[in-house]
Design a protein around this ligand. Structure first.
Ligand SMILES: Cc1ncc(COP(=O)(O)O)c(C=O)c1O
Length: 429
């Protein structure tokens, strides 16, 4: 801890902390190799836009990139969330000319060979990362996890089928409510009375006879409760993994469907990933919109309509980065370390900070906490922002603070937050 670059020691030693320049080591920005510069696309003399306001000089000398690592903040947002800087830099280097193709990924045909190679590589890297068995399909879809709340009952049930929902937070509740339109869902356990701070003991769960599936939200982003292992239902287990996807290894074979919005751990918003056992594809209700029918997307390799090409490309870069870090076991170790130091700071604050979540199910990704003196919360958030730590406000439905510390949040970011919390406490206790 006593290294010279420790933000912790600096914050504690420097009375002038508001002017503290971030001295965080940037070595955490793991090095995804940057490609060698691609040959620049040929310039043609044909002018094709009468309305263009760009001067020829600007085209030859594009304005320099204004961003540098030092300008970046530690972004604790719950999603869209921070992305690995190495990935952003790689994307920047390929932005206008992807690997000599002469165009950006944003401009490519989704049916051309270049994009085909991008989506295939993304899928194959995701398969390696999560060790996805061959009897599971991977779909890159749109509409967010919210759309899956409807797609799942539509694809797995008939209108009179019963399904079970374990509701450990707001997202599970939303999933349950949406399912009411398409089948007969039942909440077999809810943590609402305890303000969503618990996960049930699996042996206490009374599943409905003939329920088609059991739905869980593996990590409740707002409340910060995370399943540490998974129930073994009589039928199928379906999980919303939006906010802990690819944060640790998962035994895919335990699940019928796993789905996740990309914008927390693996990319920008706009991409939703569905991992589904292949024998569950093909039974959609007749009313199912074509865009929600897994069979259509599976048969068309996620290219039935125009997919979110750039988002898929970004996910692919993140998957490469996670593989280069040594895979999800290594990623999990880093995530545990970050969460440990943050929860420890909360627990050792003599009640100045509190985390309401039962210890054994505290999320490694989203850490909610309150201040004993609630009137100081605004000040905490304001001062943290001055120190370049942003998006620490808790969800509007629960208040307090929340630090989302997904894969791409560097250890240095969490160390800096912890140092700030201690310093803030020393001044306000
Ligand atoms: C666990 C969980 N499920 C579902 C959603 C909804 O995702 P989207 O906004 O992409 O539809 C979120 C969004 O934050 C989430 O955290």
């Amino acid at each position: 801890m006593a290294t010279i670059t420790s933000p912790h020691s600096l914050l504690l030693q420097n009375p002038n902390r508001h002017h503290l320049k971030s001295s965080i080591s940037t070595s955490h920005f793991n090095a995804l190799p940057l490609p060698s510069p691609s040959p620049s696309p040929k310039r043609f003399s044909i002018s094709c836009s009468a309305a263009s306001t760009t001067s020829p000089l600007e085209l030859q000398n594009p304005p320099p990139s204004h961003s540098s690592s030092n300008d970046r903040v530690f972004n604790f947002a719950a999603g869209p969330a921070t992305l690995p800087e190495s990935v952003l830099k790689k994307a920047e280097s390929e932005l206008i000319n992807w690997r000599g193709s002469g165009m950006s990924v944003m401009e490519m045909s989704h049916r051309g060979k270049d994009f085909t190679s991008i989506i295939q590589k993304a899928e194959s890297d995701l398969r390696s990362l999560l060790d996805i068995p061959s009897d599971y399909a991977v779909l890159f879809l749109q509409g967010g996890a919210t759309t899956q709340f409807a797609a799942i009952p539509l694809n797995l049930c008939k209108p009179d089928d019963t399904v079970d929902y374990v509701v450990t937070g707001s997202w599970g509740d939303k999933a349950f409510k949406e399912a009411q339109k398409y089948c007969k869902p039942k909440v077999i356990w809810s943590g609402k009375a305890d303000k969503y701070t618990k996960i049930p003991a699996f042996e206490d769960l009374e599943q409905s006879p003939n329920a088609k599936y059991l739905h869980i939200c593996a990590n409740e982003t707002i409340h910060g409760v995370e399943f540490k292992n998974y129930p073994n239902p009589k039928n199928l287990l379906v999980a919303d993994m939006s906010s802990n996807f690819c944060s640790k290894p998962v035994d895919i074979s335990k699940f019928g469907i796993i789905y996740a919005g990309a914008q927390k751990n693996v990319g920008p918003s706009g991409v939703t990933i569905v991992i589904i056992r292949k024998d569950l594809i093909g039974g959609a209700q007749d009313i199912t919109p074509v865009m929600l029918d897994y069979k259509i997307h599976h048969e068309n390799n996620s290219l039935y309509n125009t997919p979110p090409c750039y988002g898929i490309y970004m996910c692919g870069l993140v998957f490469e980065d996670l593989l280069q870090q040594g895979g999800l076991k290594e990623v999990e170790k880093k995530n545990k370390k970050k969460a440990d130091i943050l929860y420890e700071a909360i627990d050792q604050s003599n009640g100045f900070y509190r985390c309401p979540v039962e210890r054994s199910v505290r999320s490694l990704m989203n850490v909610p906490f309150t201040l004993e003196k609630a009137e100081l919360e605004g000040e905490f958030i304001k001062e943290a922002a001055k120190e370049k730590m942003v998006q620490l406000k808790g969800h509007r439905s629960v208040g307090g603070m929340r630090a989302s510390i997904y894969n791409a949040m560097p250890l240095a970011g969490v160390e800096k937050l912890v140092a700030f919390m201690k310093d803030f406490q020393a001044r306000h206790a």
